[in-house]
Design a protein around this ligand. Structure first.
Ligand SMILES: [Zn+2]
Length: 291
């Protein structure tokens, strides 16, 4: 259904309000109806009535952390409800600045290890009413789009659920009877890129012809196993993505997972070398008998 899909127009990409995005929550996609990035931004009353220990909503950080740790990348969509409907978040330029600074604070200062700025991408995609095909149509002479250069330098209140000055500024815009452009915030985590690193980087390598399996077993062709970093979030927790869920892993879980991946990778190499060694021993033995 074309009208329900994120649309590209000549003026750039936008989403249609109340349309349903053409994908579901899964290994690579997470929807949030709010823009709370870190856990402190969740209101203290955001708990389920039936269980005061369970939060009724989660900060985006948990999904971001799971996309980083799983190494396959993914995107968190802020301004999309659980059923995939585009809600859109009204935001001024100051609030967009707030999100940029808040995400940088979370990933580049609070995560352990810190996340490099080129590992993620943040985009504000306009959300337009149905039937509107250009952001210019809704943004012309929009008071919420104008901003003061000096005011943009004012520090924002991070790591708190209390409204920042930029949020109060938006309330004043609404109070004065104006509307504000809406956006869908996309936080994209790039997939882990393994580098090529030899397990035995020394020049002193021995070479051999391919064996019977067609594998080149010379030491200088064996590459080191590369695994993504395991990041701890702002609460010191680590999550991994399993289908549409972000699951917390303990240190022991992570140790076992890394150990299992290392075993799967290195065991076939070790077996090939054992076969190679056995053949060489046999050749030496036979040569010894002949002389
Ligand atoms: Zn702010």
């Amino acid at each position: 259904m074309a009208a329900d899909s994120p649309t590209r127009a000549s003026t750039g990409r936008f989403y249609v309000k109340r349309a349903v995005v053409p994908f579901e929550e899964d290994l690579h996609h997470e929807f949030k109806g709010h823009r709370c990035l870190a856990v402190e931004e969740l209101a203290p009353f955001s708990f389920h009535d039936y269980d005061r220990k369970k939060r009724s909503k989660r900060a985006a950080s948990r999904a971001i952390n799971s996309f980083l740790n799983s190494g396959q990348g993914g995107t968190v969509y802020l301004g999309v409800s659980d059923d995939g409907s585009v809600i859109g978040l009204p935001m001024t330029q100051y609030q967009k600045d707030h999100v940029v600074i808040s995400l940088k604070d979370l990933l580049e200062k609070r995560y352990r290890p810190t996340v490099a700025s080129d590992q993620y991408q943040l985009d504000f995609i306009p959300v337009l009413p149905p039937g509107v095909h250009s952001f210019d149509e809704v943004s012309r002479s929009h008071p919420a789009l104008s901003f003061d250069v000096e005011l943009r330098r004012r520090p924002h209140q991070l790591r708190t659920h209390f409204p920042c000055w930029c949020d109060k500024d938006l309330r004043a815009i609404f109070h004065n009877g104006h509307i504000c452009p809406e956006y869908l915030i996309q936080i994209h985590i790039k997939p882990f890129e393994s580098s090529v690193e030899q397990l035995f980087p020394s020049d002193d390598t021995c070479s051999s012809d391919d064996d019977d399996d067609g594998n080149d077993d010379s030491l200088d062709t064996i590459l080191k196993l590369q695994l993504p970093n395991v990041y701890e979030d702002e609460e010191g927790r680590s999550y991994f993505r399993l289908q549409a869920s972000s699951l917390e892993y303990s240190l022991e879980d992570i140790r076992m997972m890394v150990s299992s991946k290392a075993k799967d990778y290195y065991q076939p190499i070790v077996r090939r070398w054992e076969r190679q060694l056995s053949r060489l021993k046999k050749e030496v033995s036979e040569a010894g008998l002949e002389t």
